[in-house]
Write a protein that binds this ligand. Sequence first.
Ligand code: ASP
Length: 331
Amino acid sequence: MSKKILIINTGGTLSSVMKRNGLLPGLSIYDMQKELQMVSGETNIEIEDFCSLDSANIFPEDWSALAQRISDCRNDYDGIVVIHGTDTLAYTSSMLSYMLRNIGIPVVITGSQLSITNPVADAMENCRCAIHMAASQIPGVFVAFNRKVMLGCRASKVRSLSFDAFESINYPNIATISSLGMKIDTASVPERTGIFKLANTYSDKVCMIKMFPGIHRSLIESIAAQGYKGLYIEAYGIGGMPFLKHDFIGTLDKLIQGGLTVVVGTQCRYEGSKMDVYETGKRALEIGALQAHDMTGEAALTKLMWILGMTDDISEIRDYYSINVAGEMSC
Ligand code: ASP
């Protein structure tokens, strides 16, 4: 029997048209119906508009509402495809991986680097791949792009112009398409660990900064003074931060004692943090900073937002952050 797939449009380049102020999402899902039918093959597709936004304008409340919509209709479809702008797609796919943890159907997010109206675009190919994955009966949250499928919480946008815009970071691709068809690496799909229960709350009191030589500790003091509860720091190398000329780690210590949750990751795209090697990382671990290990920045930040939306209890936050929730972390 042919599979029933829902395609939800949120906007992005895939649905864009050129206007006086530049390229902006202007096509509704109904304007794209003919193209989507062409790539849907045997599957029976239904379509709907959720919003029509450049993904720079997607905010956490949109993640929450999207997760709610997907949860509400999950029993009516074999799979769901979400069309999304590529710029913040990896944040959305990471957060949906947590909010929709243990979902029983495939949820596949896709987009494109050129509008579906452009005859040489990657849009049709990406939708074809996403629809095919959504019909695979393999549950989870995924990203489909340029003939590959990645875990939603491992995908990251690594190229701003090329069709090969996304990579799966520190984790194998879930599927690839070649002349042999779509080959799914089922061993890499994280197992469901329990029943599905929508968890779409989040905290908007989370901030992210990138370490740079000359960073002043007053920056993090002002973040804490503004009432932020969580801070994700992209530190150097395997997770180093200064403690000499400017005692950044000493200031972090005070802020952590005051209740700020601090997660430390790396500016390096591959291989992650390992803070117990150098003094510049070890000191931060000793004062209670959590580490992101091999998570992407998108997965590390959204995980902090998600956990702080559920609890204020310091030991629960620490426990939750160190668990591999949806395949985002290897250790
Ligand atoms: N600015 C667009 C967006 O993220 C880029 C894209 O979709 O490729 O919505």
